[in-house]
Design a protein around this ligand. Structure first.
Ligand SMILES: *Cc1c(COP(=O)(O)O)cnc(C)c1O
Length: 475
């Protein structure tokens, strides 16, 4: 099968020139404030799906991702996929093993990468893609970000030692779990800079916004990001929905449902993408924590972003979000790529902080798109961790527990359900202790992580000091 040639990417708001996959790879938002999406989606018919069903993870990734990046040198892309989706990086040749809890109920293991959370699956590839493009252009990129845990460590582990890339990652000093802090601060690579701020995560994020908002500084120091709106990350995540589908379906073409712990809507949007590419996905079950922006939308048709002060700090912290960035791509698709209508909705969101589609034709499309949603609370999380441990003898992390809780609520007879495991419990020892009265097991290689020497610079929350630090280390 030959790749579609010349696939272009456009902005959801309609105001950016069409660009290739390589052209958008290092960009964040489109220049008009929208998100990049491919002009048309590749599709697999039933016979092609059948031909994908027995492939190894790297071969499957190649068949899918080469359709999104047809201009990329085939040999190089294949090599990078082989290096990324390997036993060396993800602990097994399967990369994303499907574990059956009981007939028709499965757990998809996405947390076997270097930082023990699902973000590694896409980020590990992104590191290689970035390095390749930067080498070709003889260019450099300084990735700047703020993290409360998973994203930062996943980005650092993906970019460490890569030529042409430096990472400046802000984190709230002494406010992450000791395990999460050690995952970042113990990195000794010369291109990784941990900047701890005496403050909370929101202050870190404000500093990042202020630094990137200084356009002259941003250009001079070649500042970029690796956030979850990056199309390459979304596309790379679609691969494991195919992999899981083939492992869970009992016969060709059987519909399968997925339950996904959700925040920025990147993970579950990748499932929607897989469905639009032809995969027989029945339900896409959105699980939120107490920060229920998405659950509210799928229940009522109202999309209301939260003020920073309204975001609750929960025991599934990687889903503590004010808005769900990738959600824009989903509505754009339901609007058949009508950038003008999409822009109107987002203009309303910017002025009023909310829009409501329940009395528009779009709502029927939302209802028909396969999405359902539910919320899981701290008490639900504890109960689910206990229940899963008692019934299936396995310990799940709090985010995965949210997914299982809501997934079971929407499970249908005779439809296989795949729950996505988005992190390992060892990253969130406090809630595991609270639920089970003991510590989660530590995978081999992580013993003594917290006592390794750490490399971190601590600052008071001030933009100028952070800028000066970046300037010193980029020239
Ligand atoms: C990032 C993250 C999520 C949320 O994923 P989105 O793509 O933002 O919806 C869920 N669980 C864990 C453990 C995460 O790190």
């Amino acid at each position: 099968m030959s790749a579609v040639s010349g696939l272009n990417y456009v902005s959801t708001r309609g105001g950016a020139p069409a660009t290739s996959f390589t052209g958008i790879l290092l960009e964040g938002l489109a220049p008009d404030g929208g998100l990049f999406v491919p002009e048309r989606l590749p599709r697999f018919d039933a016979a092609e799906l059948q031909s994908l069903s027995t492939l190894s993870y790297p071969d499957l990734a190649w068949r899918i991702l080469s359709r999104f990046a047809p201009e990329w040198d085939a040999q190089e892309l294949r090599r990078m996929l082989g290096d990324t989706y390997s036993r060396a990086v993800f602990g097994s040749d399967e990369v994303a093993p499907l574990r059956t809890l009981e007939p028709g109920l499965h757990l998809l293991g996405l947390s076997n990468g270097p930082t023990l959370a699902f973000k590694d699956v896409a980020m590990q590839l992104l590191g290689r893609l970035f390095e390749s493009v930067l080498q070709r252009r003889g260019a450099e990129l300084n990735v700047l970000g703020a993290t409360s845990g998973d994203t930062g460590s996943s980005a650092e582990h993906a970019m460490r030692g890569r030529r042409g890339v430096r990472v400046f990652m802000l984190s709230p000093w002494q406010r992450m779990s000791p395990f999460q802090a050690a995952q970042m601060y113990s990195l000794q690579d010369a291109n990784i800079f941990n900047i701890a701020i005496r403050g909370v995560f929101d202050q870190c994020q404000d500093i990042v916004k202020a630094v990137s908002g200084d356009l002259a500084f941003k250009a001079r120091h070649r500042i970029g990001t690796v956030n979850s709106i990056n199309w390459a990350r979304v596309a790379a995540q679609a691969v494991y929905y195919f992999k899981a589908y083939f492992a869970a379906a009992r016969r060709e073409g059987e519909p399968v449902s997925f339950a996904v712990p959700s925040g920025n809507f990147g993970n579950i949007y990748a499932g929607y993408l897989a469905q639009r590419m032809g995969l027989p996905v029945r339900r896409l079950i959105v699980a939120t924590n107490e920060n229920n922006v998405l659950e509210e939308f799928f229940r009522s048709g109202r999309y209301r972003v939260r003020a920073t002060a309204e975001v609750r700090h929960t025991s599934s912290p990687s889903m503590d979000i004010a808005k769900s960035s990738n959600f824009e791509r989903y509505l754009y698709d339901l609007l058949d790529g009508d950038a003008r209508s999409l822009s109107r909705l987002w203009a309303r969101l910017e002025s009023d902080g909310v829009f409501d589609v329940s009395d528009t034709p779009l709502w029927a499309r939302v209802r028909a798109s396969g999405f359902v949603a539910g919320t899981s609370t701290h008490a639900d999380r504890l109960a689910t961790i206990r229940e899963v441990q008692r019934t299936y003898g396995t310990i799940v992390d709090p985010h995965t527990a949210d997914g299982i809780k809501v997934g079971l609520q929407y499970r249908e007879r005779d439809v296989p359900l795949v729950c996505l495991e988005t992190a390992l419990p060892v990253k969130f020892a406090d809630i595991i202790r609270e639920a089970l009265g003991r510590d989660p097991a530590r995978p081999p290689g992580f013993e003594g992580l917290e006592s390794l020497p750490q490399r971190v610079t601590v600052f008071d929350p001030a933009v100028a000091a952070v800028k000066e630090f970046i300037a010193q280390h980029t020239t």
